[in-house]
Design a protein around this ligand. Structure first.
Ligand code: HGY
Ligand code: MN
Ligand code: MN
Length: 438
């Protein structure tokens, strides 16, 4: 058949028009996609069985039996969501779906399922179940993203962001010998959950397209101000030290009050000093002594040794350093006065990280289209996102925590708020995938 130029142009215009139309229709169809909120609730309840405690929360510390069982449950959910599941050498759980443009850097979403001792059912769990739900929604609606897509459940978030620091290459060989809350060293723990600490470097990633994490706020700003979605502007840095105070253990009945080297008394002064120094300058910085062990630990022995934890947090690493220097100097004074010795050992450093401007705008825009109010806010809690920020742009979506309670069995977020957050995650993923092709 002979075709003249006019006909050709006409048919080309028709084809382009219908392509454009189908692209628009596709775009519109994507706009109406929603997650299944009831299914997220069911999965949160399902996971709550592993490590559940009488207080109504869970103790699912990393590398415990409950953690391992919870991870097995999660692997099942990932498979149901048609994700291809692997465990990397660091023990992170990864569920993948291929993208239509395999050369693009991967788009990651996820969170963690390990908890603090006597923790709740929402910290980390909401983001993990929300991410799997996003994957399942995409699979059910046959949406193929351009980017390779991964749901990542990071291991041992609560013990110092261990899994995500392995992914960005910051986890050191020395840290593997630290004893975790499970009683196992990190090295033993990684093996226990199916990783391979001898091949840790293979868990290290080069570049990611983005990492977006849904999480409960863990503070009361959204709940008090009745705002549905927090758009995180940055995540605090967190530094941990073990502080050992050496005194002299002696008889509590025969050693006069003016002749003691009481390590616990020095520790008490130190704890007061931390609080005073941290509150002596303006800002949102926080400092905590959250763990203390006095030895030998008997009513009739003057404590000869104390080991306690010191934690400092701020969005500005320089401020953390400044506070630490002041605390260190004051500790030397207390040591002189009390004839004790203070030794500081840095055990974990999580660098502060701003979130990416353009991912914030996808989150804000997705929330707006869903009719949800937003607020730009910092995160006072640490998250794996701060480590992923070393590998590419990151964003975080917060949903309200009732009463701002977290790290407690009384942690709670309403199912509707969780579904809202997961929908914002879904649409942020779609926006990113549409826009970012370079
Ligand atoms: O400790 C934290 O900030 C976090 O919940 N892992
Ligand atoms: Mn936590
Ligand atoms: Mn968390």
């Amino acid at each position: 058949m002979k075709i003249n130029r006019r006909d050709f142009n006409y048919s080309l215009a028709l084809t382009l028009g219908s392509l454009q139309f189908s692209h628009l229709a596709f775009h519109e169809q994507q706009q109406t996609l929603r997650v299944n909120g009831d299914r997220i609730t069911q999965h949160i309840r399902g996971l709550a069985e592993f490590g559940k405690n009488p207080q109504g929360g869970v103790s699912r510390v990393a590398y415990s039996d409950a953690d391992k069982q919870g991870r097995e449950y999660v692997i099942g959910l990932m498979k149901d969501a048609r994700l291809e599941v692997t465990i990397d050498a660091a023990g992170n759980l990864i569920g993948r779906r291929a993208g239509s443009v395999p050369a693009l850097p991967p788009l990651l979403i996820g969170s963690h399922i390990d908890t603090v001792p006597e923790g709740g059912n929402y910290d980390g769990v909401v983001g993990s179940m929300g991410a799997i739900e996003v994957a399942q929604t995409l699979a059910e609606k046959n949406v193929t993203l351009r980017h390779p897509f991964e749901v990542v459940i990071f291991q041992n978030e609560e013990g110092g962001l261990i899994g995500s620091r392995a992914m960005n290459g910051e986890l050191t060989e020395k840290e593997l010998d630290l004893v975790s809350r499970s009683g196992k060293t990190i090295r033993e723990g990684i093996k226990f959950i199916g990783g391979d600490p001898t091949k840790l470097s293979t868990a290290k990633r080069k570049q990611i397209g983005a990492y977006i994490e849904l999480h409960i706020e863990q503070g009361n700003t959204l709940d008090t101000e009745k705002i549905k979605i927090g758009v995180v502007e940055g995540i605090v840095g967190i530094n941990w030290w073990d502080v050992t105070i050496e005194g002299f253990a002696n008889h509590a009945g025969t050693t006069a009050m003016n002749n003691r080297q009481d390590a616990l008394l020095a520790a008490a002064r130190f704890i007061q000093a931390v609080n005073r120094i941290v509150t002596s300058v303006p800002g949102r910085q926080v400092g905590t002594v959250g763990r203390i062990n006095a030895l030998p630990g008997a009513p009739n022995v003057i404590p000869g040794k104390v080991v306690l934890s010191l934690e400092l947090r701020d969005l500005d690493a320089a401020k953390i350093k400044m506070l630490y220097d002041k605390i260190y100097a004051e500790a030397q004074q207390i040591a002189n006065d009390s004839r004790t010795k203070f030794d500081f050992k840095e055990i974990n450093v999580n660098t502060p990280a701003p979130t990416s401007q353009f991912i914030r705008s996808y989150i804000t825009e997705s929330a707006r289209k869903l009719g949800l109010s937003t607020k730009l806010m910092p995160s006072g809690a640490g998250h794996d996102a701060q480590d992923m920020a070393r590998l590419g742009p990151v964003g975080m979506i917060f949903v309200p925590s009732v009463g701002g309670i977290s790290h407690s069995p009384r942690e709670f977020s309403h199912p509707q708020d969780i579904a809202n957050g997961a929908n914002v995650l879904l649409h942020s993923v779609l926006e990113f995938d549409r826009d970012q092709v370079a």
